[in-house]
Design a protein around this ligand. Structure first.
Ligand SMILES: [Zn+2]
Length: 399
């Protein structure tokens, strides 16, 4: 997990015996909520009792509390069960408690609200250019966008449980600090107060949140258990998922594949070094190589590629950087997100050739390069999902 801290503190302080009672109830509430949220087909109260091993009467009381809290919804009863008694299917409640994902990236600001069913309830993505920008002004602007969205959903009767702010750089979620985001030109700041939001907001790395969105699965294909997620935009970030969990290194500062060296004699990067991958396979580098303005929309590049009117030399550089990654960490599935998802048809051959050529284990493993399923601006979805995961981990705070 990239996050830490407690979102909702209880206000009462029970004595030791009551505490035991209280925490048992909290634990059981979480079990019941998870049983409802984490199954593909809706369960009835009896189904939840079977799944959790809790007594039917206990489950019924807890389900009533989750329904009253707006976390769980009862569908119309269906008959035809073995005992002949109608069963009431239980599902996550739509449009009640929602999570807010926020993002500052080099060429857009975004805010997205997800409800407990995983539906996008509202969103705004505003294009811009935030190279070497002023964090105070940019975060105030994103804060205003977030407030607008939050007011909108609150007016519709929803409750915003909190927010995650995705940033393209090194962040310390515990301290709430951004160490450095080279493309934004930001360093050593505390971003959350600059948003000016009256919400529990935590910071996280953009690629890590996008990988969590990917892990939740797309509409077509379930996510693999282990993969390298590469988020290719102006900057290039990566996240390593092992057995369905983020591998974070010592501080969560791994995955900086954009600053892997492609050519030490290459052009200077925003990080200060020379010949980093971003200078060859970042979005602006790809635009320039195709003869387009650096800030042209991705659709322009795709149109040129479709018309066979441009080259995409980024694939070789990306492939060789990925081969280094795979040689080091032994994960054979690579999921390409951000701008790479749409560009994959023109990147695939070069990426796969580089992997085959450079990964020592290539003849013995099934190396796979896939398009991300999580959709555009996946960090917004990952952030909102993280907020809702916290609600689910402690539903008693809402009961
Ligand atoms: Zn660099």
């Amino acid at each position: 997990m990239t996050t830490a801290g407690t979102a909702h503190e209880t206000t009462t302080r029970p004595g030791p015996a009551a505490a035991r009672q209280h925490s048992l109830r909290e634990h059981n509430l979480e079990l019941v909520a998870r049983a409802v949220f984490e199954v593909p087909e809706p369960l009835s109260r009896a189904g939840v009792a079977t799944a959790t091993g809790l007594a039917r009467a206990t489950v019924s009381t807890l389900v009533d509390q989750l329904v009253a809290a707006g976390l769980v919804r009862e569908l119309p009863a269906v008959t035809g069960g073995r005992a002949g008694r109608p069963a009431v299917p239980l599902v996550p409640a739509p449009r009640t408690v929602v999570g807010l994902g926020l993002e500052v990236n080099v060429d857009y600001l975004g805010a997205r609200v997800l409800d407990l069913t995983g539906d996008v309830v509202a969103e705004r993505v505003v294009p811009g250019s935030f190279h070497d920008s002023d964090p105070t002004a940019v975060l105030a602007r994103l804060g205003a966008l977030a407030r607008e969205l939050s007011d909108e959903v609150t007016a519709s009767g929803m409750t915003v449980a909190g927010a995650r702010l995705a940033l393209p750089g090194l962040v310390d979620p515990r301290a709430g600090t951004l160490q450095v985001a080279p493309n934004l030109g930001w360093s050593s700041i505390e971003p959350v107060p600059l948003l000016g939001l009256d919400l529990d907001v935590q910071v996280a790395n953009e690629a890590k949140l996008a990988a969590l969105a990917e892990l939740a699965g797309g509409s077509d294909v379930a996510a693999p258990d282990s993969f390298v997620f590469v988020s290719g935009d102006v900057g290039i970030g990566a996240a390593i998922v092992v057995d369905r969990r983020l591998f974070l290194g010592e501080r969560g500062w791994n995955g900086e594949i954009g600053h892997v060296v492609v050519d030490p004699a290459g052009p200077r990067c925003s990080c200060g070094a020379f010949g980093c991958l971003e200078q060859y396979a970042g979005k602006e580098a790809m635009m320039r190589a195709a003869g387009l303005p650096a800030d042209a929309p991705l659709a322009d590049l795709v149109a040129r590629l479709r018309a066979d009117d441009a080259d995409l030399p980024a694939g070789r550089a990306l492939g060789s950087a990925l081969a280094d990654f795979v040689n080091l960490i032994d994960i054979g599935t690579i999921v390409l997100g951000g701008a790479y998802t749409e560009l994959l048809p023109w990147l695939r051959a070069d990426v796969e050739a580089a992997l085959t050529e450079r990964v020592l284990a290539a003849p013995f493993v099934d190396l796979q390069v896939r398009a991300a399923q999580a959709g555009p601006h996946a960090a917004l979805t990952g952030g909102a999902r993280e907020v809702l995961a916290r609600v689910l981990a402690d539903p008693s705070a809402w009961v």
